[in-house]
Ligand binder design. Structure first.
Ligand code: OSB
Ligand code: MG
Length: 367
């Protein structure tokens, strides 16, 4: 295929409630939607980077810049390319997995639409529905947290992930565990602790958690291995895993025994599938993370989560957990599950009128 033109649509989608983590409080999802015009048709994706480099080193404006300045000229020079060749063509450019993923995903959508195949079919998905978990932000009080969690439980979420940080950990987690003794629960600190906190983190072992997600800095693989050696709660890496290689290394070093796969963070869906395949082979469970995606990214994530090795409910929540109105048809949860899109490509339609009505800025590159 060949890219003829890329449009970047910058839009802000307000969240239904603020989402506080150890690194920021988000009240809107700043979106960059990518519309790729190719010789075989149009493909869509969203870039999952945040506006600021707080979760990882990437940020939205930087992603658009690296795509325009380096990635598109390289793809143009490559001539007619296959989607499976994109990561190799862009390989000389270090880092920037979220920017690479956005470009690759839009091309994959165009290709699969032209072949009338869905993402799920292309991945080799074995399920038609996926189990939903929900990621619950840090609250202003334990009472507010109880209220929010009660709402999610009533809606049918199958797993609760509590965001934690120093000063907001043992107490809130203990209270939610007390209220819901049988609910699947896990925690995520987004790197907020250090090796000096290992003793403190071991107190979480009393709550029978599924996993402890990325408690330490993304580069502290040895620290995670030290924690994992002492902890009954499985350690799960998120930010540290940026490729199949880093996943293999972290597993071999016993720094992680569960992996959160976020396609943007690892450079795309093809790398995600490779990590899934490797982990399935060696019996390491994986689950699908999220970046508060709009329906565009959510559709592809749900298709990925339908693969057999995704053993735990993902942060693949219903659209209404995030947005009053989405830019695609909404994902609606039934019995704690979302349907895997069946239509070609990402399998959802973009509401271009609505997207255009909230668009704040556009940029385009003709090749
Ligand atoms: O660490 O998993 C994370 C959201 C933004 C950035 C990082 C993370 C998250 C979430 C929410 O936990 C996942 C979601 O519901 O999309
Ligand atoms: Mg995380």
């Amino acid at each position: 295929m060949k890219i003829e033109k890329i449009e970047f649509i910058f839009a802000d989608l307000p969240l239904v409630r603020p989402f506080q983590t150890s690194f920021s409080t988000q009240t809107v999802r700043h979106l960059v939607v990518v519309k790729a015009h190719t010789n075989i048709g149009i493909g869509w994706s969203e870039c999952v980077a945040m506006a600021e480099p707080l979760y990882s080193s990437e940020y939205l404006a930087g992603c658009v810049d690296v795509i325009k300045t380096f990635f598109l000229p390289a793809l143009k020079q490559a001539g007619d390319f296959q989607v499976s060749e994109i990561s190799k063509i862009l390989g000389p450019f270090l880092g920037h997995p979220m920017a690479k993923a956005a470009l690759e995903t839009a091309c994959l959508d165009a290709q699969l639409k032209s072949e009338k195949r869905s993402f799920a079919e292309f991945f080799g998905a074995t399920r038609t529905k996926v189990d939903c978990g929900v990621s619950v932000g840090i609250s202003s009080s334990i009472e507010k947290l109880e209220e929010e969690v009660a709402g999610y439980i009533a809606e049918g979420y199958q797993r609760i992930k509590l965001k934690i940080q120093p000063g907001w950990d043992i107490k809130p987690v203990g209270r939610i565990r007390e209220l819901y003794p049988n609910t699947l629960m896990q925690v995520d600190a987004n790197q907020a602790y250090t090796r000096a906190d290992i003793g403190h983190l071991l107190q979480l072992d009393q709550f029978d958690l599924l996993l402890n997600e990325q408690p330490l800095h993304e580069h502290d693989i040895v620290g995670h291995a030290k924690l994992a050696a002492k902890s009954k709660t499985p350690v799960c890496l998120d930010e540290s895993i940026i490729s199949l290689q880093t996943a293999q290394d972290a597993i071999e070093l016993k720094a992680t025994s569960v992996i959160n796969i976020k396609p943007g963070r690892v450079g795309g869906y093809l790398e995600s599938r490779a990590i899934h395949d490797f982990c399935k082979e060696i019996g390491i469970p994986v689950w699908c993370g999220g970046m508060l995606e709009s329906g565009i990214g959510r559709a592809a994530n749900v298709a990925l989560a339908a693969l057999d090795g995704f053993k735990l409910p993902g942060d693949t929540s219903a659209s209404n957990r995030y947005y009053k109105r989405d830019i695609t048809e909404p994902f609606v949860m039934k019995n704690g599950q979302l349907d895997v899109p069946k239509k070609p490509g990402i399998g959802v339609d973009i509401d271009e009128d609505f997207l255009n009505s909230i668009a704040q800025k556009r940029d385009e590159v003709k090749l």
